[in-house]
Design a protein around this ligand. Structure first.
Ligand SMILES: [Zn+2]
Length: 229
């Protein structure tokens, strides 16, 4: 069962369209895997739609007081039809940039729809780690698909900024316990962890600063730090 969900403020910002594309995609993917959050997103979306409809209506009404009522109603109606048609066209355009699945170390993983329209870079590898960049051009925010092969781990590290890990497939564990597909884990500099996977896993990660390794020899592992950043 999914235990880790985005905070309410994140869902709200998602619906308001205030999040960077990387985090918004993370929320959309989580919503596709978590009925509870999807329901909250739907409710928030309805509320936003109601508010903007009311605002729209009030604007028109205010306008109507200064002009003839009949033209406004006509315009309103045309507007509405246009919006509905525009929505239909959008629904029909479901051609994706990427194929439905991606392969890491011989295992095929289904790509969530949110990622099928984003450009993916070539897969790079260090040991049991494989990474394909999601090319979003968000400056210091780096987004990747990160695969850890069976028996692999990431050395203990802290974060200067934030790290979002959304588990897409497989499982991994750290001192906090075990994670399952759909878990949405947002860490910041207060956290320190060492994720490891027995069966292998695929994660969607968003990081806004290179990771800092905390233990002895791990400090020498900076290539991994920049690799998973
Ligand atoms: Zn959720």
């Amino acid at each position: 069962m999914i235990k880790h969900h985005p905070k309410f403020e994140l869902l709200k910002s998602f619906v308001d369209g205030d999040l960077p594309a990387s985090i918004a995609a993370g929320i959309a993917i989580h919503g596709g895997m978590c009925a509870i959050c999807q329901q909250k997103i739907n409710q928030l979306t309805e509320q936003v739609a109601e508010v903007s409809f009311e605002e729209h209506f009030q604007e028109k009404y205010a306008l109507a007081e200064n002009s003839t009522v009949s033209t406004i109603t006509e315009l309103d109606f045309e507007d509405m039809i246009e919006q509905i048609t525009a929505c239909d066209e959008f629904e029909q355009q479901k051609t994706f940039k990427n194929p439905a699945a991606i392969s890491f170390k011989g295992t095929e993983y289904n790509l969530p729809n949110a990622l099928r329209n984003m450009s993916l870079g070539k897969t790079a590898q260090i040991g049991k780690l494989s990474r394909a960049r999601v090319q979003l051009d968000e400056g210091e925010i780096h987004t990747s698909l990160l695969h850890i092969d069976a028996g692999g781990s990431i050395p203990e590290h802290t974060h200067k900024g934030f790290e979002l890990t959304l588990l897409l497939a497989g499982t991994f564990a750290d001192a906090e316990g075990e994670y399952v597909p759909g878990d949405f884990i947002m860490l910041d500099k207060r956290h320190q962890h060492q994720p490891a996977t027995e069966e292998g896993c695929l994660c969607y990660t968003v990081v806004n600063d290179a990771l800092h390794f905390t233990q002895g020899i791990n400090k020498l592992l900076n290539p991994i730090g920049s690799f998973i950043y």
